[in-house]
Design a protein around this ligand. Structure first.
Ligand SMILES: [Fe+2]
Ligand SMILES: [Fe+2]
Length: 475
């Protein structure tokens, strides 16, 4: 079991004190990181005590410590999961060979791109969420927001460690660039689309942590299979923290659904908007929006990049050990693609080489995981005796990347023309008035244990604490 040196300026379990050059490089990056955090992290809350968990070990039991901390004093550290004994490269052209402990020269650029793309999402999400602290529906939720934020900061540290440790000068330049890009900035945006969309209200925040963070989970699962062992171990430990982010999203949306269901039961037939709730069809439109932009994050359905990542042994499938064939040559995968002729957007099944379909394979695993969450929300509606059911829109709906991009489809997956899309857009995606209503409900609630009227309380507090605990000290 590796020890974590918590007294160090940069807490770590990678023996940083035995690598003075690396230590100096990271200590030089530290003040830049902190000024980025002050400028782009949670706005207005940097001086407050927040009840946060900090990773202090990579031990499955007891890896975290809870306590009130001011966010700028959070102990961001570099923590890698312990090596898996006897693990070898688990897929691709190098199947069964020893893991790489240093960057394989022929894959240097490919690997750096993978790491930078993942790393970029971490600070991006902190930037997207920086103003949400003004309107949290409870102190419990406010604390969860900040927990997610500091952990995304730690994930950035984890990836920056890899860049500094394994990529020399260009790694250091990439680490600087990670602090220079800004979510939504037209001149220097974050790399991936969904990480430039503003997260302006708490319904969007819960959707983001449900759907967009879950893309992160699947990317990390795929990278935790990597033949480049330092990346695999980094991602394995990040997944430990990531589970909480998904919990925030799924239970957050679930509590909104529950509150709306209560309002509908109390006054059947009345518009829940008049009673300070969020209508179910508005929730559905937010699902449609965040789910579809998160699907785009997996990349094209048919992709030579995906094939290269798999062939090289750098990025596997989320559940790689569960498959029988780890080489994936000669096998095919069915992709539903718009017909080339006629151009009406009808979908036809096409067999593509499996390696080229790896993005789609990962997306399939992701879709299934989301469906389980949606099923849980629907059980709440069922228990309340309501007929409405939430659902995930069809794969081609509202896509900007891949084979469906540039065409229009309904949430049921039927091709529609431009005129029909424009006419029905507000039925399918949040309209200006839906957004205005949600925005109107966003008011901060700072009394311990109290909840805003549009969301039900959680079933329990954090770390065994009661709901009226002072999760954030507001004064
Ligand atoms: Fe993360
Ligand atoms: Fe996350």
């Amino acid at each position: 079991m590796s020890n974590v040196d918590l007294a160090a300026r940069i807490p770590n379990n990678v023996d940083l004190d035995h690598d003075p050059r690396l230590q100096r490089a990271l200590e030089k990056w530290l003040p830049d990181y902190l000024s980025w955090w002050q400028a782009m992290g949670p706005q207005g809350w940097q001086a407050r005590d927040v009840y946060l968990r900090t990773a202090v070990s990579v031990d499955a039991d007891g890896w975290a410590r809870f306590g009130h901390v001011k966010m700028p004093d959070y102990r961001w550290g570099v923590l890698l999961a312990d090596p898996v004994p006897a693990r070898t490269i688990g897929f691709g052209d190098h199947l069964g060979r020893p893991l790489w402990q240093e960057v394989p020269g022929e894959y240097r650029n490919l690997l750096r791109r993978l790491i930078v793309t993942q790393a970029d999402t971490e600070p991006a999400s902190v930037e997207q969420q920086r103003r949400l602290g003004d309107t949290a529906p409870s102190l419990y939720d406010l604390r969860n927001l900040f927990q997610v934020n500091v952990e995304e900061g730690r994930h950035l540290w984890a990836m920056v460690y890899l860049l500094h440790r394994y990529f020399g000068r260009d790694g250091r330049e990439e680490a600087e660039a990670l602090l220079a890009r800004r979510s939504g900035d037209p001149d220097r945006p974050r790399i991936l689309g969904a990480f430039n969309a503003p997260v302006e209200d708490w319904l969007s925040y819960f959707m983001f942590t449900m759907f967009t963070d879950r893309d992160g989970k699947y990317q990390l699962l795929a990278l935790s299979q990597s033949g480049f062992d330092p990346l695999a171990r980094t991602c394995r430990f990040m997944l430990t923290e990531e589970a909480h982010h998904m919990f925030v999203g799924e239970t957050g949306v679930g509590r909104v659904v529950q509150r709306t269901a209560e309002l509908l039961q109390e006054a059947p037939g009345r518009d829940v908007r008049e009673r300070g709730g969020i209508p179910l069809d508005t929730i559905q439109k937010y699902v449609n929006s965040w789910y579809s932009i998160s699907l785009d994050l997996f990349g094209g359905e048919v992709s030579t990049n995906a094939s290269d990542f798999f062939a090289s042994g750098l990025k596997g499938r989320a559940k790689e050990p569960d498959y029988e064939d780890h080489v994936a040559l000669g096998a095919t995968y069915t992709v539903r693609r718009p017909t080339a002729s006629g151009g009406d957007g009808r979908l036809v099944a096409e067999e593509v080489p499996l390696r080229n379909a790896m993005n789609e394979v990962l997306r399939d695993e992701y879709v299934e995981d989301n469906q389980r969450g949606v099923d849980r929300w629907n059980r709440t509606l069922e228990r309340a005796g309501l007929a409405f059911r939430l659902r995930l829109p069809a794969r081609p709906f509202h896509r900007a990347i891949g084979i469906y991009a540039g065409r229009h489809y309904s949430p049921e997956g039927e091709p529609v023309d431009e005129a029909a899309w424009e006419a029905r857009r507000d039925e399918w995606l949040p309209s200006a008035s839906d957004r205005a209503h949600v925005a109107d409900l966003m008011r901060a609630v700072h009394e311990p244990g109290r909840m805003a009227g549009w969301i039900a309380p959680p079933s329990r507090g954090v770390d065994g604490k009661p709901l009226d605990f002072d999760y954030v000290r507001v004064t």
